[in-house]
Design a protein around this ligand. Structure first.
Ligand SMILES: [Zn+2]
Ligand SMILES: [Zn+2]
Ligand SMILES: [Zn+2]
Ligand SMILES: [Zn+2]
Ligand SMILES: [Zn+2]
Ligand SMILES: [Zn+2]
Ligand SMILES: [Zn+2]
Length: 1753
């Protein structure tokens, strides 16, 4: 069947290819009815090309379509071969000065904060880099797809609209020129024809709804082939779709994933192909399976020819888009065709049809036609306008469709609003001509239908669907914002009229919000269900900016302003009609004043937080105050209609509600209320909520008698009784035993005083006080920074943003703060300048309670530090604007003075609890404000003015009868000495001082300047005395405090010793203390130190006593005592790898032999330790307990922990460092096996001979063992055992049982982790892995030291020093617990790689052996042979000869692979001994290799190369022998300096001239070298047939990162998923180790690893980092650490903005640059193998990290 189909397809293709485009075009040119001809052609050919099988074949289809279908159209259009026609068109066309680049998902976009008209104006990267804005303050974001570059749009930029590239095109552009004049007339006609036909065809077929017919086309062949088409929706998850498909169409999971991915991307995909029944069957299964909980997936069975025509229709739209790219003229023709009204009148143009069908189209089709709109209609200025009109006229319908549609906004045509409405001229035109503002607001109202009986919005508990719709409705607010974002500079009458019409509609909207979600205080029972409140607040929050912008618009035109003010007032009166109805007014009177008001209690009746109409009026009132109208033509204003009590009523209720909530009176109303109060004050809402309520009260006070205002306020606070009845308060508190009620009243009084402070003090908005806009923002910043120094982003968060997302902070921050740069961690901080502290107001209205107390504390501390008094007096304030000027009188009103007096009286009496210090503090603050006010009045006094503000006089008078209380001043003087008010003394003192100053000012202004009176001076000096006395007392108190603190910290130290959990901070100290023991080693004389060999410097090992961190017992480390262990972590590592693509063979097969390490070091085993020591048995008990606990926990909670107990992991009990085994501590192992060396020591040649004999003997014996089973052999006799060699000797293991057990434990762990196999302590590979881990760990540490340019010894942290000591000693002792014959076997094989024998063939050649690994293995396995050698040769001799042998092999290795170029640069012609010798050696090598080696004649180069190449090996060897034999390092290599090489050689018992080794041992070496060179692999290398590692190996670094982060974003946006054909990756992630870009966190790139599905990152770590990975998530700007499948954490990226902050998630969009130091820190974590540890710590600190599915990243 398949083959048949294939053949058929090929036959058709052949037929089709014979078509001639030119001939068809000619036929069309001659046709009478072109449409009929073209349609016939399409009807015949389209189904032959598209949809020929179950799977699309895009390449074939495209090729044939171009040839048969598009080709003729192009010929027709051009009238000649399009290969000539199109380039001609392009040439004649003037290149556009608009960029118009359509953004891909994830592509970086740039907006200039200085020049963009609004934040939606963006540039593509190329334009940005060529623009002036790169030097400005810019913001960078990643595009969500859709949208295009605004370069060249003069309306989008205040400055620099063109980049360099597009600027070139502007010079000759005559703006209004018709582009059609550049086209020949006949071409214009042909373009009209063909565009009209093809565009119509595409639109018709895409919007076609019938199943068995085609629009205007005949069905040529009516075959029974159908598709089962699956459509995208946003309801079902990937998993559901995949699962359903597997069931419905019997596909594999992989195919299902493919279908699902395509459906998600393109919006539809055929999942089955065949006859109708076959497809219909699949459809019903899918529908059945997905309809259970939600609406079913959309599936449709479609005839194949319809699908074919639709595919071509889309192709045509794309084609049109590319054809118009050749010429502006063609573009204009297409626009004309698209917008031409059809025969059906309104909405019948092709563009209208598409728009109105948008929500019914699938995603892929929408994307195609949106793109076409963007490249045609939106790129032609004339038609952009016409299109905008069409869009505005269809607005209501489009929005209605969008509400029903379930696709994201980005794929809806409704999203084009941003492209149209943000263009200022278009927006203005649409407002005046199409009444767009009103349309948008009314459409919005249409969709919010839920109202209560008063017609207010009522949001009930939302279903998911309603919530979804509500979110969609909010996009309308965004449209409104776009329309308003650019403000008019000129007003026409039309604009005024239409704006005010819109304003009316807007007021209607606000009216529905005024008073919504009313609440009533719950008494008795707690509320049962939290009421819905979020929807209302969401609405308020979204509207906040729009409300502000409405006011901005009004402010621009006086006429509009007055009209708007009147309208707003009318609506407010409508809202509150019936405000006094049915209520009996009550009369309040106090201090001889009385006022009428209504009876209303916030605590008993309904109250609402939502008062947008009142607040809008307040906003307009402030704006009026700024204009001249208010003063010059007050008759134009409806001021007389204002009823101040009506204005203040609702805002006051709302503020009282807050006070009562704070006083705990609304506890039973639950959290919803607490949340509402929070948002009411929150920076996102307060500008149009809390702030405006304060303004409204200010407005009210300024228009009424302040005494009346205060009485109403007292009444609303329900405090009227307390203050109006003399002694009521006292009586109340003594009579009322209910402490809560008294407490409640205290809080209410405090809150009321606070409110008065705000009403008087908050005058920093232009219009209220005489300030400008920057004063307001400065004040906000000063108060934020008064709390503590803050980072830039913290400040931004604390400040309100305007519609352009600006806070205005940058322009003023320098004036009020200093910037402190960040260190390696943390972020840059702004600190308040000291001179700004005087502006601090403790009762700043935007402080939260917590902020207020923090700020108070910080400011008092600062004052103490500066040795000032700690009073925080109110700052001097700017004067009010005239409209508000009378407000200050509230401070000196009778009622106010009465309130102050009453509270001071309470304080003086100081009895009962009906009084609080906060109350007093606030009264003092108010008195301070009044004094400041009076002082300023006096200072600014001009001739004609009389000071009416006489606060000082009023407070000097005693209270009136009947109470006859003392004056306020007198009470203050009394309080000054009250012992219980110590904290307020400084403030009272400040008040009295200011009082005196004012008195003097008054006297000086009324008469001649007054000389200070004697009395004053007396008073002052007595005060000074008093002050001095207090200072002395304070000093004594301080000393006493310090003493107590010292005692406490002493006690604490004890406490820490006993409580190790709290010990963490002092870990460092502990580190030094545990290893302090080593440093007691005896001082060795300065004689030459030798690390190994018979000449080795003898050192007496000091007694080593250590303490167990678990039981705190001390113990000596001895061979026969209980084992002490170090917590350790073993991991596989590729940090040193020179070949990341190497595939290691499966270690599970016994065959894999890790005996030789390849010099590419592709995978090693690293051991690290935190250095904490325990008894082995203590550790075991601890580990058992952890294991038991984990098992219980996992059963109970089913949660993971940061460590995997089943894999032996645990956390160090002291420092919580991740560990997976323990290393035993051992005394130096070598001394145990050193015997008397009585004979003279053999030289290398002799020694090799002897050892070779021993090896041979062992081989024979081994064979003998095998043979002895079958019978007696005679070989035994032939065997001549070398002298003193006793292979039957069995060594007694010197270690205690407990140590032996630990040797096995650690060895097995190394084997298990290193090879990723199941533990098996018998496996002969165990000792190999132990030696390998020792060698590898030393190599990594040598690299780190070299990279940091640190000397080899003396600079390791103690924990690493301890770890290396234990690791080396352990590796040296391990052979005692493994099979002797296995270790001997390893030694023999290892040796054979250098000294060949006939038994071991097929060993790696010397180019493929890492010599340091070889050295360590040889030295550590040698005792297994040596222990049976009684000939008197010392172990040291063996070490030395092995070392020399390996060193020489390494020299040969280096010379063979050396890539020396004789470039002669700065070559010194010294011909030293070394150079001559190495040249000789090289020549010998040339001989041995048959002259295949490159000829080099410069000994100088060779020697230099050799020295550099061998250095790492020598340094590693020095470390190794140091830790093995314990010989201290000579002081010269403990510091950096010259002659390191010589000192190293001397320490390692090597001649300075390394080649001497060869000369001394030439007898044995020459044949060895020949044998090495004769190896086949070496020959292949020399012939250039293979590669080899050369030396010295360079250190691995993390990849280079660009300085500018946007380079990475750009790189990532160009990256497409490697698995799903050219699709953009959603989470592109960069491997920082190798630089590979991955498609992370996505289904498409999941792979199977060890039987589990894992994401691309996890899969990559297995090949690149053997399980450990360091990635940069480019879109998130976040570093990701991964280790294994279950461990991971995020880490701050090495990119910082100018304010020294990272931007994880790229939310702020400030330009980011690489911080090299931070990147180095990450690199160091990697090189030190600390990634896993870092993850462990992060997961312990943040448990949510444990729950993340790291493996799917
Ligand atoms: Zn651009
Ligand atoms: Zn440009
Ligand atoms: Zn700019
Ligand atoms: Zn212990
Ligand atoms: Zn530890
Ligand atoms: Zn990698
Ligand atoms: Zn992918």
């Amino acid at each position: 069947m398949a083959a048949d189909l294939e053949a058929e397809v090929q036959a058709i293709d052949k037929n089709l290819l014979e078509c001639s485009a030119e001939e068809i075009a000619v036929k069309w040119l001659q046709a009478n009815d072109l449409q009929k001809e073209v349609y016939q052609h399409l009807a015949y050919y389209v189904p032959k090309i598209y949809c020929r099988g179950p799977n699309p074949a895009p390449q074939r289809e495209d090729m044939l379509a171009q040839h048969v279908l598009l080709g003729p159209m192009e010929w027709y259009l051009c009238g000649e071969d399009p290969a000539f026609g199109f380039p001609k068109l392009e040439q004649a066309n003037k290149p556009s000065h608009l960029c118009g680049r359509v953004f891909k998902v994830g592509e970086p976009t740039y907006s200039c904060r200085d020049c963009a008209v609004d934040p939606t104006c963006v540039l593509c990267m190329e334009c940005f880099l060529g623009s002036i804005h790169r030097e400005h303050r810019y913001r960078m974001t990643t595009s969500g797809g859709g949208g295009f570059c605004d370069c060249g749009d003069t309306e989008a930029w205040k400055e620099g609209p063109y980049c360099q590239k597009h600027e070139l095109n502007t010079s000759e552009t005559a703006e209004e020129e018709d582009p059609l004049v550049h086209l020949p007339e006949d071409m214009v006609a042909r373009a009209y024809n063909i565009f009209a036909i093809t565009f119509k065809y595409a639109v018709d077929i895409l919007t076609w709804e019938k199943e068995n017919e085609l629009p205007g086309l005949e069905m040529i062949e009516k075959s029974d082939t159908y598709y089962c088409m699956l459509f995208n929706d946003e309801v079902h998850t990937y998993e559901q779709v995949i699962y359903t498909l597997q069931k419905a169409v019997n596909c594999t999971q992989k195919e299902a994933i493919g279908f699902a991915t395509t459906v998600d991307r393109d919006g539809r995909r055929s999942v089955r192909y065949g006859d109708f029944q076959y497809c219909d069957q699949a459809k019903s299964v899918i529908v059945r399976n997905t309809s259970r909980q939600t609406k079913p997936l959309k599936v449709q069975v479609m005839h194949s020819s319809i699908v074919a025509h639709q595919s071509f229709g889309l192709k045509l739209l794309t084609w049109l888009g590319s054809v118009i790219g050749y010429s502006d003229g063609l573009r204009r023709i297409l626009c004309q065709v698209g917008l031409q009204e059809g025969p059906d009148g309104e909405n019948s143009s092709l563009v209208d049809k598409l728009m109105l069908y948008d929500s019914k189209l699938w995603k892929g089709a929408r994307n195609v036609y949106h793109q076409l709109f963007m490249s045609s209609l939106l790129m032609d200025l004339k038609y952009k306008k016409l299109f905008a009109i069409r869009f505005a006229r269809n607005y209501r319908q489009l929005q209605r469709d969008y509400m029903e549609d379930d696709h994201e906004r980005a794929v809806s045509v409704a999203a084009l609003s941003v492209q149209l409405f943000t263009v200022p001229t278009l927006a203005r035109m649409l407002i005046t001509e199409e009444n767009l503002m009103t349309t948008i607001i009314k459409t919005f109202m249409d969709h919010l239908r839920h109202r209560d009986i008063q017609g207010r919005f009522q949001f009930e508990r939302y279903t998911a669907l309603q919530a979804f719709k509500f979110r969609r409705v909010q996009s309308l607010i965004l449209d409104l914002k776009y329309v308003l974002i650019s403000k008019p500079t000129e007003w026409s009458d039309d604009l005024r009229c239409k704006f005010l019409e819109g304003f009316d509609a807007f007021l209607e909207l606000l009216k529905c919000m005024q008073g919504m979600d009313p609440i009533t205080r719950q008494v008795g029972q707690h509320i049962e269900m939290e009421p819905e409140w979020e929807a209302a607040f969401t609405l308020q929050m979204k509207l906040t900016l729009v409300i502000s912008m409405m006011q901005d618009w009004c402010a621009l035109d006086e006429k509009v302003m007055i009209e708007a003010y009147k309208k707003c007032l009318t609506v407010l009166m409508q809202c509150h009609s019936g405000f006094t109805d049915g209520e009996q007014p009550i009369v309040l009177s106090m201090c001889g004043h009385s006022v009428e008001t209504i009876r209303y209690c916030v605590s008993q009746e309904k109250v609402s937080i939502h008062l947008p109409v009142s607040r809008l009026l307040a906003g307009l009132h402030v704006l009026l105050s700024k204009t001249e109208v208010a003063y010059k033509f007050p008759e134009l204003l409806p001021l007389s209609e204002l009823s101040p009590p009506m204005l203040i009523e609702h805002p006051l209720r709302c503020l009282v509600l807050c006070a009562q909530v704070h006083a705990g009176m609304w506890r039973r109303n639950g959290f919803s209320l607490v949340n509402q109060i929070y948002y009411y004050h929150n920076v996102k809402c307060r500008r149009e909520m809390f702030d405006k309520d304060i303004v409204m009260l200010q407005t009210g006070v300024s228009m009424m008698d302040p005494n009346h205002f205060l009485m109403i306020m007292l009444s609303r606070f329900e405090l009227y009784q307390i203050f109006s009845t003399p002694d009521y308060g006292k009586r109340f508190s003594t009579e009322n035993t209910n402490k809560d009620v008294v407490q409640q009243n205290n809080t209410l009084i405090e809150e009321m005083l606070y409110l008065i402070i705000m009403i008087v003090g908050e005058r920093f908005s232009p219009g209220i006080g005489q300030v400008n806009a920057t004063d307001e923002i400065k004040r906000e910043i000063i108060h934020q920074l008064s709390i503590r120094p803050m980072a830039h982003s913290e400040l931004v968060k604390a400040l309100p943003e305007d519609e352009n997302r600006e806070t205005g902070m940058e322009s003023v921050i320098e004036e009020v703060a200093c910037f402190k740069k960040p260190g390696l961690t943390g972020r840059g901080l702004y600190e308040l300048k000291p001179e700004c502290a005087k502006n601090f107001n403790l009762y700043f209205y935007h402080f939260s309670r917590a902020e207020q107390s923090k700020a108070e504390e910080a400011q008092r501390k600062l004052k103490r530090q500066n040795r000032e008094d700690t009073a925080l007096p109110p700052p001097a304030l700017p004067p009010f604007c005239p409209l508000f000027a009378s407000l200050v009188n509230i401070l000196q009103s009778d009622v106010m003075l009465c309130i102050m007096g009453t509270i001071l009286q309470w304080a003086v009496e100081h009895n009962g609890y009906a009084w609080s210090e906060s109350m007093l503090q606030r009264v003092l603050h108010l008195i301070g404000m009044a004094l400041q006010e009076e002082k300023q009045h006096l200072e600014n006094l001009s001739e004609e003015n009389v000071v009416t503000f006489t606060f000082t006089q009023k407070i000097s008078k005693p209270g009136e009868a009947p109470s006859n209380s003392p004056s306020i001043l007198a009470m203050l003087e009394t309080l000054q000495n009250a012992p219980h008010l110590e904290v307020h003394k400084d403030m009272i003192r400040w008040i009295l001082k200011t009082f005196n100053t004012i008195k003097k000012l008054r006297e000086s202004s009324s008469s001649s300047p007054v000389v200070e009176t004697e009395g004053n001076i007396m008073e002052e000096s007595s005060r000074d005395k008093d002050k001095a006395e207090r200072k002395r007392k304070a000093e004594i108190a301080r000393l006493r405090r310090e003493k107590i603190m010292a005692q406490m910290s002493e006690m604490q130290r004890h406490f820490i010793n006993e409580n190790k959990e709290l010990f963490q901070q002092t870990l460092e100290e502990l580190d030094t203390s545990t290893s302090g023991v080593h440093e007691n080693s005896p001082v060795i004389s300065d004689a030459k130190l030798t690390a190994l060999g018979p000449e080795q410097t003898r050192v007496a090992e000091p007694r080593q006593v250590v303490m167990c961190i678990l039981c705190q017992e001390e113990q000596e480390v001895k061979v026969d005592s209980r084992a002490m262990v170090l917590a350790a972590f073993i991991q596989r590592s590729t940090v040193l790898s020179k070949n990341r693509n190497k595939i290691t063979p499966d270690p599970d097969t016994e065959k894999y032999d890790p005996l030789f390490m390849h010099p590419d070091l592709s995978c090693g085993t690293h051991t690290g330790s935190c250095g904490h020591i325990m008894h082995a048995h203590c550790w075991q008990r601890y580990f058992d307990a952890v294991q038991a606990k984990e098992q219980r926990r996992q059963q109970r909670l089913r949660v993971h922990t940061s460590y995997d107990v089943e894999n032996g992991e645990f956390l160090c009990p002291l420092c919580e460092c991740l560990s997976n085994t323990v290393i035993p501590l051992l005394p130096p192992p070598r001394v145990l096996f050193n015997r008397l060396d009585f004979s003279s020591q053999p030289n290398l040649t002799q020694w090799i001979k002897t050892v070779s004999q021993q090896v041979k003997a062992l081989h024979l014996l081994r064979n003998e063992d095998c043979a002895s089973h079958s019978g007696h052999s005679e070989k035994m006799d032939q065997l001549q055992l070398p002298e003193g060699f006793r292979p039957d000797f069995k060594l007694k293991n010197p270690y205690s049982e407990s140590i032996k057990e630990m040797l096995t434990t650690f060895g097995t762990a190394t084997y298990k982790v290193g090879l990723k196999v199941h533990p098996n302590e018998e496996d002969p590979r165990v000792p190999i892995m132990c030696w390998g881990s020792c060698a590898y760990t030393i190599q990594t540490i040598e690299r780190i030291l070299a990279d940091e340019d640190k000397p080899l010894f003396g600079h390791l942290p103690c924990r690493q020093d301890d770890c290396l000591t234990s690791l080396t000693r352990f590796a040296a002792a391990h052979w005692t617990v493994s099979s002797l014959s296995a270790v001997q076997g390893h030694f023999c094989t290892l040796l054979a790689s250098l000294v060949p024998n006939e038994k071991n063939g097929n060993l790696p050649c010397i180019l493929d052996i890492d010599m340091f690994h070889l050295l360590v293995s040889l030295v550590l396995s040698f005792p297994a042979i040596h222990c049976q050698d009684f000939s008197g040769v010392s172990l040291g001799t063996g070490d030395l000869h092995l070392f020399h042998l390996v060193t020489m092999a390494h020299i040969i290795q280096i010379l063979l692979t050396s890539s020396t170029e004789e470039n002669g640069m700065d070559q010194e012609n010294t011909n030293s001994e070394e150079e001559v010798a190495v040249l000789t050696l090289y020549k010998f090598l040339c001989q041995c290799t048959g002259s295949a080696l490159k000829e080099i004649s410069s000994g100088w180069h060779l020697w230099r190369n050799l020295k550099a190449g061998i250095m790492p090996f020598l340094r590693c060897s020095a470390l190794f022998f140091h830790y093995l034999n314990g010989v201290p390092a000579p002081s010269e290599i403990q510091v950096n300096g010259a002659n390191q090489f010589e000192h190293l050689c001397s320490y390692l018992s090597l001649p300075n001239n390394l080649t001497c080794l060869f000369q001394e041992n030439s007898e044995i070496l020459n044949p060895l070298i020949e044998s090495w060179c004769n190896n086949n692999e070496v020959k292949r290398y020399l012939e250039g047939k293979r590669h080899a590692i050369s030396y010295a190996r360079e250190s691995n670094k993390l990849i280079d990162l660009p300085d500018d982060y946007s380079c990475l974003i750009n790189q990532a946006s160009n990256f497409s998923c490697p698995k799903s054909g050219g699709d953009k990756s959603r989470a592109p992630t960069l491997c920082l180790v190798c630089g590979t870009m991955l498609c992370s966190q996505s289904y498409c790139c999941q792979t199977e690893l060890e039987g589990e599905d894992v994401g691309a990152c996890t899969a990559h770590t297995y090949t690149c980092g053997s399980g450990v990975g360091i990635f940069l998530r480019v879109r998130e700007c976040q570093v990701l650490f991964l280790a294994g499948k279950t461990k991971g954490c995020f880490y701050p990226p090495p990119y910082l903005d100018d304010y020294g902050e990272t931007d994880q998630g790229l939310r702020r969009g400030n330009p980011l640059h690489l911080c090299k130091e931070r990147f180095k820190k990450i690199q160091k974590l990697w090189q030190q193998h600390s990634i896993t540890e870092e993850i462990g710590h992060a997961q312990e600190a943040n448990q949510t990290l444990v729950g993340i599915d790291w493996q799917h990243l």
